[in-house]
Design a protein around this ligand. Structure first.
Ligand code: ADP
Ligand code: ZN
Length: 702
């Protein structure tokens, strides 16, 4: 279809100016009647690919979706855009379902969302409908190769036979090749065309931090982000609860979410998060699948994830609106050990262990992290990304041979029987009970590394493990063993390159109460509040009304007419009608308020200067007391004089100087600035005199 027409529909119905990569091609393929497989990362913009054709095609579009909670949000979102849509699923009563079925039959809806389980029951209804398109969301659920196989999806293969001439669009964020092929096969797609978008999500920053003091690190991180929604992924249910408790104690609204909680509590927590009533969710990976929230501003991994697929999907939940979003992964050796244990005891242990190893390599990387991620998904990139911690803070190498020798010989002295922590205590000459009990203080090399902090030793030892000089015996109390490589360093003069420890961790003594930063008094905050209020009235999630990206644009462009408002990305016809007036009024009010605010601020600073001046304080002293420059103080007084305040102008400028200034004013044709006068008098008349003299001239005219 003509690109102009498609763009016009995109703007009118969804408010967007441009298509994201692949959206237009996918839509055109569907409109030509061809089966299509669309692979896009989370947040890539899959929904538009079937929602826009649904509006153009004559009949109904069926959307198969595995997640009941998501259906409601998608339908709400379509409705705010003025598009008629509904869902039919087990959360509704029989009467409700019948109501929607009747309305479908009378062609009152363009889109209907259905769970795969309901298909067979609805099959008789289909006979009476014109079905133009079938979209299958989360299509990887059909494949047992994928990571999220759902038995109900296996029946979907019948759809192609049942509706041979209706195009099917399969959508997924799973990039795995085997899964892709399997989807097409299982769905019986005919001559389908595939579109694979880049998996690069440039707006997500990537960062890995050592896990020391991570609760404190997280509290600091969140405290600096008032009102910014975020998810913290934890390995265990217990951690989610403990962490949420600690955050709450620090004044952060946080809740735990995991599969062990009652269904009702889980649904409530999820709702509160979606509706911006709860800022932080501490969750196991059970959380997030059913969430479309576009303004998740950050994702933290409290523990190392099991594999890169999971990690990428989880961080992908941040920044779907395309605005910058942050991701932080905490790496700890204890996690690696625990995950290795899980993986080796579970099914398919070789594969799981290998995947975990890749995850660990990512966390330990010394080169651009995004390159590593994308190459894992088969995308080769040549440029470093500039938006990961390694790019922003490249590691520097130094000759760490002596450090390595000290550490490795300490391990030898301790007979390879102690874990990391004891080795560090030994190196640093700690006087703790364990050391004394074992009489380690009597051994040679005790305390030879006292000049290096505990934290740094920890980092260096991890590097030595990663370099293969020593290893952790996971099943033997994590004691550290030397490898054959260690000999090369200890006896054969091999040089060891280590990287400097850049990440500073707050010293325990330094830890003070973390202050929660108050939200800025910005237009964005004003609009965010308005959005929140409207969301409560309309009973839809706030981000469904406008995304953060749209609010940010309003803040920059400050639209004050309907026409200007419509130019905002995300404002279509329906949203202009529904919300335009309220938002425009809020912007106008904010602008006015700002002007009066600066005016009153100015007035009070003049007043303070005047009070001192009237009490006989010299202008120099006023400047010093008020921490202002002399010329600012004079300009205050000049302004006050101009406003009719009784000030002796003769103190600042003589009558003669005033008349010279009057002449200059005519010659210079009354310039706005002071500099032309300064130049006119060849720098012989100071700025204070000029400023005051002009005020005198002005007042004489009044
Ligand atoms: P996915 O299902 O691929 O994770 P969504 O369809 O939920 O992604 O889209 C993610 C976000 O991007 C949504 O907030 C959506 O409104 C927005 N979006 C989609 N297409 C565009 C576009 N062409 N221009 C701007 N924003 C878009
Ligand atoms: Zn990078």
């Amino acid at each position: 279809m003509n690109s102009e027409i498609l763009h016009a529909r995109l703007k009118e119905n969804f408010g967007f100016e441009k298509f994201r990569p692949n959206q237009e091609n996918i839509i055109n393929t569907i409109l030509s009647g061809q089966d299509t497989l669309a692979i896009m990362p989370t947040g890539g913009g899959k929904s538009i690919c079937f929602q826009l054709p649904a509006l153009i095609l004559p009949g109904i579009t069926i959307v198969i979706s595995p997640l009941i909670a998501l259906m409601k949000d998608q339908v709400d979102s379509l409705k705010t855009n003025g598009i008629s849509a509904c869902y039919i699923n087990s959360s509704q009563s029989a009467e409700e379902q019948q109501f929607y079925i009747d309305n479908l039959k009378s062609n009152n809806f363009k889109l209907v969302y259905i769970a795969p389980e309901s298909l067979s029951y609805l099959d008789v209804v289909f006979n009476e409908l014109t079905i133009s398109l079938i979209a299958i969301d989360e299509a990887h659920c059909i494949s047992s190769w994928g990571h999220d196989f759902r038995p109900a999806y296996t029946n979907l293969g019948y759809l192609k036979n049942r509706f041979p001439s209706t195009p099917i669009l399969a959508l997924t964020a799973t990039a795995d090749k085997a899964t892709r092929t399997d989807i097409t096969k299982q769905l019986n797609l005919k001559n389908s065309k595939s579109f694979i978008a880049s998996f690069d999500r440039k707006n997500l920053s990537l960062e890995v931090r050592p896990a020391l003091d991570r609760v404190k690190q997280i509290i600091d991180f969140v405290a600096n982000k008032p009102n910014e929604s975020g998810i913290i992924y934890c390995l265990s249910r217990k951690t989610t609860e403990e962490l949420a408790e600690k955050l709450k104690k620090n004044g952060i609204t946080a809740k735990a979410y995991h599969a062990g909680l009652d269904n009702k509590i889980r649904a409530k927590t999820q709702d509160e998060f979606i509706n911006d009533d709860c800022q932080v969710i501490c969750a196991t990976i059970a959380f997030g699948m059913g969430i479309d929230k576009s303004n998740v501003r950050w994702v933290i991994h409290y523990n190392l994830p099991k594999n890169i697929e999971g990690y990428y999907q989880e961080i992908g939940r941040a920044g779907r609106d395309g605005l910058p979003a942050e991701t932080v992964l905490f790496e700890s050796y204890a996690d690696v050990i625990q995950l290795q244990k899980f993986a080796s005891e579970g099914l398919n242990s070789d594969v799981q262990l290998a995947k975990l190893e890749r995850m660990k390599q990512y966390a330990d990387a010394l080169s651009c992290r995004r390159k590593i991620l994308l190459s894992y998904f088969g995308e080769l990139v040549t440029e470093d990304c500039g938006n990961c911690d390694i790019c922003k803070n490249p590691p520097t190498f130094f000759d760490g041979t002596i450090l390595a020798q000290k550490a490795l010989s300490a391990i030898t002295r301790l007979k390879e029987s102690e874990p990391l922590a004891v080795i560090i205590d030994f190196l640093r000459g700690s006087k703790n009970a364990y050391i004394y009990e074992k009489k380690y203080q009597e051994l040679k090399t005790y305390g030879i590394g006292a000049d290096i902090s505990w934290y740094d030793w920890n980092q260096y030892l991890i590097q030595l493990i990663n370099l293969g000089y020593c290893e952790i015996a996971f099943h033997q109390h994590h004691r550290i063993l030397l490898t054959t490589f260690a000999k090369k360093v200890l006896f054969e003069g091999e040089k060891v390159k280590l990287t400097t420890v850049v990440k500073k961790v707050v010293d325990k003594k330094e830890i003070k109460e973390t202050k929660i930063k108050p939200a800025a008094n910005s237009l964005f905050e004003t609009l965010r509040k308005l959005r929140y209020e409207i969301s409560k009235e309309d009973d839809v999630p706030a981000y469904v009304i406008f995304s953060d990206a749209a609010l940010r644009q309003m803040e920059t462009i400050r639209p004050m007419s309907e026409e200007e408002f419509l130019a905002i990305d995300g404002v279509g016809k329906a949203k202009l009608e529904k919300y335009g007036a309220e938002f425009i009024n809020a912007i106008i009010a904010f602008q006015k308020n700002k002007k009066t605010n600066t005016k009153t601020k100015k007035e009070s600073t003049y007043k303070a200067t005047l009070e001192l001046f009237q009490n006989g304080v010299s202008v120099e002293e006023i400047a010093e007391k008020r921490n202002l420059s002399l010329s600012t103080v004079i300009s205050h007084l000049a302004k006050l004089y101009l406003d009719g305040v009784d000030i002796d102008a003769g103190q600042f400028v003589s009558d003669e100087e005033v008349s010279l200034l009057g002449k200059a004013q005519i010659d210079l044709e009354n310039p706005n600035a002071l500099k032309p006068y300064f130049d006119y008098f060849e720098e012989k008349m100071g700025y204070e005199k000029i400023r005051f003299g002009l005020a005198v001239l002005e007042r004489n005219k009044q």
